[in-house]
Design a protein around this ligand. Structure first.
Ligand SMILES: Nc1ncnc2c1ncn2[C@@H]1O[C@H](COP(=O)(O)OP(=O)(O)OP(=O)(O)O)[C@@H](O)[C@H]1O
Length: 284
């Protein structure tokens, strides 16, 4: 078997915080030894109720926050997630897209500059090359070259999420952590952004860690599903297996509350993707 793009072993995260003026300092163990791996080109969905540790795990994988204990491997290379002695190259490999792109886009920065800034920090491209690459990326995510000189407030929510995805892709990452990336969007726009993510995954051979509370979205996009409860993984299986036959009582409760939406459309999309992948894998 090939080396996974991402592997976590026994990841623990404690938050040491005050319990208020008159109470003793409390430690919250947000992750209690989480292990998983994701193969290249696959999407691992992380699900579970609010507070189970999904975002904490996402921030550790993205190397934004340190872990208290545990090991993380990117393309087989061990990353020091406790002390966070990280190279720029390690950081480049993992990018994150958040639920609210408006919060992470500088309102005074034009979209073209948002994209080119990534290249200034991470590459030695000339100004003309940076401009060219940013223009091309705008088109790849379904925006237009004339959007280059516009500000974030001039876009819809879906378009802003496309800008955030474009920014993440500018540095040619291996892995995208998508933390509730469509939760703030209308249903029709959600579908467009999910389709875009599926297309980009195929084109750039990206690996996704997709954090979501929305199981209909997970059913659409995931290859594998990892269910978390109170900082622990209670179940991890392929999407089809876990939806058809959830094993853990908590998974069953979680899934029982979710309506199945538009199954035919999901099946058609996944079948088309599988056919394209099979065609690409066929020897010439
Ligand atoms: N900075 C922090 N300081 C202290 N405790 C924190 C901090 N961030 C998260 N926690 C706690 O860690 C636990 C996991 O939080 P986390 O945000 O990772 O959960 P989540 O599953 O992503 O929830 P949500 O879906 O609501 O974002 C929670 O108990 C939370 O209160």
């Amino acid at each position: 078997m090939s080396t996974p793009v991402l592997e976590g072993r026994g990841i623990v995260r404690d938050y040491v915080g005050g319990g208020g003026l008159f109470s003793r300092t409390k430690t919250v163990r947000a992750l209690k030894g989480v292990s998983f791996s994701v193969e290249k080109g696959r999407t691992l969905a992380v699900v579970g109720e609010s507070g189970c540790g999904k975002s904490t795990l996402g921030r550790i994988i993205t190397l934004i926050d340190p872990a208290t204990e545990g090991e993380l491997y990117l393309d087989g290379e061990r990353i020091d997630i406790a002390s966070q002695r990280l190279t720029r190259e390690m950081r480049r490999k993992v990018q994150i897209v958040f639920q609210n792109p408006y919060g992470s886009l500088n309102p005074r920065q034009k979209v073209g500059d948002v994209l080119m800034e990534q290249l200034v920090l991470n590459t030695s491209h000339s100004a003309a090359e940076r401009r060219d690459l940013a223009m091309k990326m705008l088109v790849k995510v379904g925006l237009k070259p004339e959007h280059f000189n516009r500000y974030p407030h001039m876009f819809s929510g879906g378009q802003r999420q496309r800008i955030a995805i474009a920014r993440a892709l500018m540095v040619n990452p291996r892995l995208l952590v998508l933390d509730e990336p469509v939760s703030a969007l209308d249903l029709s726009v959600q579908a467009q952004v999910l389709n875009l993510l599926a297309d980009l995954q195929e084109e750039f051979e990206l690996t996704y860690v997709f954090i979501s509370h929305d199981l209909s979205v997970v059913r659409y996009i995931a290859d594998e599903v990892m269910v978390m409860l109170a900082g622990e993984v209670v179940e991890h299986n392929t999407r089809d297996a876990i939806f058809a036959d959830p094993q853990h009582p908590y998974t069953r409760t979680l899934f029982a509350a979710t309506p199945v939406t538009d199954v035919e459309r999901i099946r058609a999309r996944l079948a088309a993707k599988a056919a394209r992948q099979a065609e690409a894998a066929r020897p010439a």
